[in-house]
Design a protein around this ligand. Structure first.
Ligand code: CAA
Length: 283
């Protein structure tokens, strides 16, 4: 079984993924070129473990054991040299991801599985940047990673069944529920979620209802934990726009065309919770 995991990218998703692997006893090397970002990530992981300890779902001793399993590294080459699995959670930028996977392919052991946490970039395309496309797979965690039960596993065109089975079993070891899907734009999670968010933004744009009404209707009427506009802010409006464009271009269907209000908000720099303003304001 896999034991040594490397996680690329110490942002929100990367630190959540490192948290969960360490919690379930895996050795984790968290890799980011930015040392300050790594420090911040370890502080966030510690704070999130504190929450679990305060709630009694983790003991202080388990927290210490988990934290001791996390190492950090600012270099990909040394960071992945003993990895059996790498989970890439870098920024959603295709050129950056292709470059990272080329580097991983050169630096990671030959039998290491290379996974991406991408929310919408083609796994087949990422795999084609390596000489081991059968060992490349999508492992899409949801935010907040320690809380959300799903792992969407995405088979690239060339992903081998052994690799899919390994990642499926591994996800259950993390106490997650894995679902295997094929590599088409938006996979399943975002192919279904983003049109709902876009429709909510269209409803606001068309003046059918206000922000509070749209979110309250979906929260209370459909038992969603967050309304679609609050969720869009939580995900990031720039991320929503970029995923809608992947769907629109990938399927060539206008039903995925991003709402002009979303385009305007992103152009104006209103990106949601992360920079203080989206459909709501954040302090
Ligand atoms: N780490 C650890 N635990 C966390 C956490 C974190 N970062 N954030 C929240 N929690 C825990 C809290 O401690 C709390 O635990 P208990 O229920 O055991 O007490 C629980 O989560 C609920 O948190 P809160 O009480 O603080 O707040 P809440 O009830 O409003 O829930 C939420 C917050 C979990 C984020 C909830 O609103 C929710 O589920 N929202 C929807 C999230 C969602 O849809 N995520 C998917 C986004 S799409 C995506 O990620 C993929 C993509 O490709 C775009």
């Amino acid at each position: 079984m896999l034991k040594n995991i490397a996680v690329i990218g110490a942002g929100t998703m990367g630190n959540g993924i490192a948290h969960v692997f360490a919690q379930y006893g895996f050795s984790v090397t968290l890799i980011d070129v930015n040392a300050a970002q790594l420090e911040k990530a370890v502080a966030t992981i510690t704070k999130n473990f504190d929450r679990q300890v305060a709630k009694g779902t983790l003991t202080a001793e388990q927290q210490q054991q988990a934290l001791a399993l996390i190492n950090t590294n600012t270099h990909i080459t040394s960071g992945v040299k003993e990895a059996q699995l790498v989970v890439e959670a870098a920024t959603e930028n295709i050129d950056l991801k292709l470059q990272i996977f080329k580097q991983l392919d050169e630096a990671a052991p030959a039998d290491c599985i290379l996974a991406s946490n991408t929310s919408s970039i083609s796994i087949t395309k990422i795999a084609a940047a390596t000489k081991r496309p059968e060992q490349v797979i999508g492992m899409h965690f949801m935010n907040p990673v320690p809380v959300m039960k799903l792992v969407e596993i995405i088979n690239g065109y060339a992903t081998s069944k052994t690799v899919t089975d390994t990642i499926f079993a591994l996800s259950t070891q993390l106490n997650k529920v894995p679902c295997v899907v094929n590599d088409y734009p938006g996979f399943i999670a975002n192919k279904i979620l983003m049109p709902m968010i876009n429709e909510a933004i269209y409803s606001l744009y068309e003046g059918i209802a206000g922000v509070t009404e749209i979110d309250t209707i979906m929260k209370l009427g459909m038992a969603h934990p967050m309304g679609p506009l609050q969720l869009a802010d939580f995900i990031g409006l720039d991320v929503c726009l970029s995923i809608l464009n992947v769907l629109y271009n990938g399927f060539g269907n206008t039903k995925y065309a991003p709402c002009p209000l979303l385009v305007n908000m992103v152009t104006a720099g209103k990106l949601g919770a992360k920079n203080g303003e989206g459909f709501y304001t954040y302090t």
